[in-house]
Design a protein around this ligand. Structure first.
Ligand code: ZN
Length: 132
């Protein structure tokens, strides 16, 4: 599997607007906010060189991000790595016996194709991202 770069780092927050004020003090500007209904989250994008930070605010109590915050508190939720061919990457990982949350890609924020690897072995949730 050919990983190109860290695409983004996802940070779970209770309130995007409040968090944006803090990140603004760090010099990171928000370039857009989008709601991803599929994942029940509102996402804010903060470009940071070649990659970006994504603040994730749950829009529903049954959102996976809600459950994450309940269990672990606000903070780093996942690391996304960019690949050229997500279907190929998933097939390779499956062959190697790596547990996956998504065996087929779905669409995430910004229209990217995404899939999550199970955090059991990697200790942190890893997202594969393909941007066309
Ligand atoms: Zn992400």
């Amino acid at each position: 599997m050919d990983i190109k770069q860290i695409d983004h780092i996802g940070i779970a927050v209770k309130n995007i607007e409040e968090s944006l004020e803090i990140y603004k003090l760090l010099g990171l500007e928000c370039t857009g906010i989008e709601t991803v209904d599929d994942q029940k989250v509102k996402v804010a994008f903060l470009p940071c060189g070649e990659s970006e930070l994504e603040l994730l605010e749950p829009t529903s109590e049954d959102s996976a991000v809600s459950k994450f915050i309940e269990k672990k508190g606000e903070g780093m939720h996942h690391i996304a790595v960019r690949v050229d061919n997500i279907e190929k990457a998933l097939a390779e990982l499956k062959d190697k016996g790596i547990r996956l949350i998504d065996e087929t890609p779905r669409y995430g924020a910004g229209g990217a194709k995404i899939a999550f690897v199970h955090p059991k072995e990697t200790k942190v949730l890893i997202e594969l991202t393909q941007r066309d």
